[in-house]
Every structure is written in structure tokens, then in C-alpha cells.
Design a binder for this molecule. Sequence first.
Ligand code: PMP
Length: 390
Amino acid sequence: RRGLADLPPIVSDTLLALIAMVNADTRANKIDVGVGVYRDGAGRTPVMRAVKAAEQKLLDGQHSKSYLGGAGDRGFAKALRPIVLGRHSGDERIVGLQTPGGCGALFLALKLVAAANPDAKVIMGTPTWPNHPPMIAGTGLQITDYRHYDPAARKVDFAAMAEALEAGRPGDVALLHGCCHNPTGADLSEDEWRQVAEIVARRGLLPLIDFAYQGFARGLEQDRFGVELLLDACNEVLITQSCDKNFAVYRDRVGCLFVKAVTLDNAKFAFTHLLQISREAWSMPPDHGAATVRTVLEDEALTADWRAELDEMHARIRMVRETIAGADPRLAYIAAQQGMFSMLPLSVDQVRQIRETHAIYMADSGRANLVGIADHDLERFCAAVVETMN
Ligand code: PMP
């Protein structure tokens, strides 16, 4: 008999090990740029004002927590459409389903592809968010990878990307980061997005846009540039959205999968599949976070306040990037990248050294969550990185 003792070893997520190391360090001045959450100037990850107000409204007005059904809060997916889909929000061939976070949306999207076309390969740039490869493998789909990031130029290796997409077969999935590439911060330019949309459409690929950081790169409208272009160019598109970052509701698990199909009937049919897949996995998505986001978006004043606070977060991301970029010419590229993450020019040994000498914690790859640094630590952080690079 084989039992639980026979479970194979797993390759542990090194970021989780890093969190344990940060917690074990008793130095008062430690700086954690490992974990990927937004922090304000004081080093906190606060509940956003509009979210708090919406939660209060929910608390006062909610008289039942009875089941909502497999689609969860339909008003949530509807309210998100103009934000995520922009000029395509009225397209009825796009259906949206509430999911437990961006992860839930990715899981559903990959399972949907595997059900429709099990031979599809997922064309994926590297490095990527460490959860992408196991999630793809978990649905039985194969990965074809290419180099997304050129570490010497500190930019997207666009030639490699274009070549990989050109080599895709019709029906293969093009996994794209909507904005704020994780872990590199290296996003496509508008012109590169146009080229990607052209290749993806011409080769008959299925774009899967992972859209977890809308509002953190250039602003809410600008950040959906690639999403809108691919919706212009392609009849079938998958968008895995997360509100966990831009509404700062991480633990409430708020996401949405948008699926564009060729016809209205195809879209409705795909939706029934999504309900079936999610029924097997989680039955119904958790309500509270999505209901909160809907409550914000259905209220003009709360929406305005949410947008104002999101803009403040965006401004802080820019400020931190500019400050680090100004510390040394070798860090100047940081200002040209987007979102919370960039790869610092440190070797694995230097990452260990900066941890031991300066109590600064980052992934072995040198990926750092730059807004993890509180204002009062910024100068010390820059000095430590420059000293360690030398
Ligand atoms: N995609 C990317 C690129 C991410 O960085 C994350 C979050 N770290 C997700 C998806 C998943 O987000 P969520 O927490 O909403 O599941």
C-alpha cells in the first residue's frame, strides 16, 4: 500500500522561505523587498479609504449570506467591464466570471484551454511569475518558453519574443503580462504591443493576458493599452484580472476571468464550461471582496476616491523608482521599468551579502519589490545596493 508517506518532495517556493527568514531576523532595521504587496511611505499596506467605506456599507446593508450561485456576484463582473475592457466593455461576446483572485482566473482560463484544445502549447516568456509554470503544468498543457528579459540590456528581449510567437501554431496560447511585468518590471512599448497583436492575430494564437496590476504602471486607462489592442485584433481572448493589488484586498481573493469568443453563442457556451470547472474546484467564489469592489464601483464618490488613492499609490511607485535610479548610473534603468518589481543587478552571493550586512531581504534572483521600502529607509537602501554592487 502506498500512502501519504510516499508523497514526492516538492520544490518549495523560495519566496515563502524568504518570508520565514525575514520573520526570524530580530534586527530592527530590516527591509523586506521580498513579498509582493504595496507599501505606503510609512511601510504599511493599508485598507484603502473607499474599500473601508464600502465594507461599512456592506456591513450595514447586508441581511443574508445565503449562497449566490456559481457565478458569484454578477454585478461585480459587470462593474469591472469599463475599467478592464475599456472601449470593448459593450461587446457581448466577452463574458466575465468572478474568481478567487487572479490565481482563480488563471486556473479557470488554463483549464478551459485544456478542455478545448489539450494539445495547445503555452508560449511563455522567462523569467515569469513563479506560479505560472506549475499552474500551466497542472492543467496538463505544455510550455514553450523564450527569453522575455535581456539582463544585459535590462529590457524586453523583443526579438526573442517575436520569434517565439511567430513559431506558435494556431491555437497555441500566448501568455502575456498586461502591465507591470512580474518579476522584471520590463513592459512592452506601445509599438511592441502593436507588433504582438499583429503576430498573435496572424498566427491564430490565443492571447491569455495576465492583468494583475492595472493602475500601477502608467494609470488605469493607459495600462489596458495591450488588452484593448488584443481585443481589437483577435476573436478569442482570455483576460485574467486581479483586484487584489489595485484595491489592496489581497487576502479577500478578488479576481475575474474575461473570455472573448467568436460569437455570442460561443461565449455563452464557454461560460457554461467555466461554471462547470469552477463548480468542481471551488463551487462558488468568496463573496466579501468582490461585493466590496462592486460597492465601490457602483458609487460615484467612492469610485473617485478609490481612483485618487490608486493614483497616490502609482505616484509613490514612480517616486521610489526615480530615487533608486538616481542613486547610481547603473541603476538608471529602474526608472524605465514599471510596477512594484525590478531585478537588481546583484548576484546570488551579493543578495546573501546584502541580507547579512544590511538586513535587506530579496529573492535570490535579485527581484525586489521596490515599494516595499518605507520612505525613511530609501536612502539607506540605495546606499546598501550601490555598496554591494561594487
Ligand atoms: N499574476 C501575477 C503576474 C501576479 O503577480 C499575481 C500575484 N502575485 C497573480 C497573477 C495572482 O494574483 P492574486 O493574488 O489575485 O491571485
